[in-house]
Design a protein. Structure first.
Length: 257
């Protein structure tokens, strides 16, 4: 059995909000300045794959985004935030201001949810978005305060995706996600004397906790997204005034309903 490692005093992770003016509007970003000591696996367009990563950026862009170099765009946004070294860059047209967060046994999940183009992964009839463009994307960041081996880390990514699909079904959606969903899972780099956990499936210690955290965050995000699209309360993000305010959004704490 793998012993649980100590959790730093700085835990849980703080995801801060930043803003910039782009395309004539004030658009927001979520930033986790993880620092050294983290290994991540991600499907992100910037910093995807597996390896040491020092930060995660989740940037909101305009609906109908059409740049063909999103990795370069994200690198520019990261540099503007003072982020250096290897990191992960995610992108979405969803409301990053309305991110949801959940925790279970030391694992934290932060999710931004937009389900404008719900689809089944193996449904070719809906893969081309023929019903018209509606901004979407479900971006998941899950943070595990333990060292996990490469195979287990990849398994955690699969577990997070499985939990996402379960949450969407439980929220009443007939889909496995959107065509542009992305996932990032971060685990601790092993400290001296630590043994990396080889497992990450849904019945492993850390996989089970991750699955529950991701499920809760995605489920809440899906319900909030439906409320927005049906005329419920909307957090404005297309701010066109002269000022572009920046404030700290500490998703480490509870997210208000």
């Amino acid at each position: 059995m793998i012993a649980n490692p100590p959790i730093d005093d700085a835990w849980p992770p703080v995801v801060a909000r930043a803003a910039r003016r782009e395309d004539g509007a004030c658009r927001h970003l979520l930033v986790w300045r993880a620092g050294p000591g983290w290994r991540m696996v991600s499907s992100a367009v910037l910093g995807g794959g597996i390896g040491e990563r020092h930060w995660v950026l989740n940037a909101q862009v305009r609906a109908g985004y059409s740049r063909m170099d999103p990795d370069r765009h994200l690198a520019e946004l990261a540099a503007a935030q003072g982020l250096h070294g290897p990191g992960v860059g995610l992108m979405t047209a969803a409301e990053v201001d309305d991110g949801t967060r959940a925790a279970d046994g030391g694992v934290h999940a932060v999710v931004t949810t937009g389900i404008g183009v719900p689809t089944w992964a193996a449904d070719p009839a809906r893969a081309d978005g023929a019903t018209g463009f509606r901004p979407g994307t479900i971006n998941i960041l899950a943070v595990v305060p333990a060292p996990v081996a490469d195979a287990g880390l990849v398994n955690l990514l699969a577990t997070a995706t499985e939990a996402k699909v379960q949450a969407l079904l439980d929220a009443g959606y007939d889909c496995s996600g959107t065509p542009s969903d992305a996932v990032c899972v971060a685990v601790r780099t092993p400290r001296a004397g630590e043994v990396a956990d080889p497992f990450g499936g849904p019945r492993s210690t850390w996989g089970a906790r991750l699955a529950r955290a991701v499920h809760q965050a995605v489920h809440e995000g899906a319900l909030r997204d439906r409320a927005r699209r049906s005329g419920g309360p909307v957090i404005p993000h297309e701010r066109t005034g002269a000022r572009c305010p920046v404030s700290d959004l500490r998703l480490a704490g509870p997210v208000p309903a």
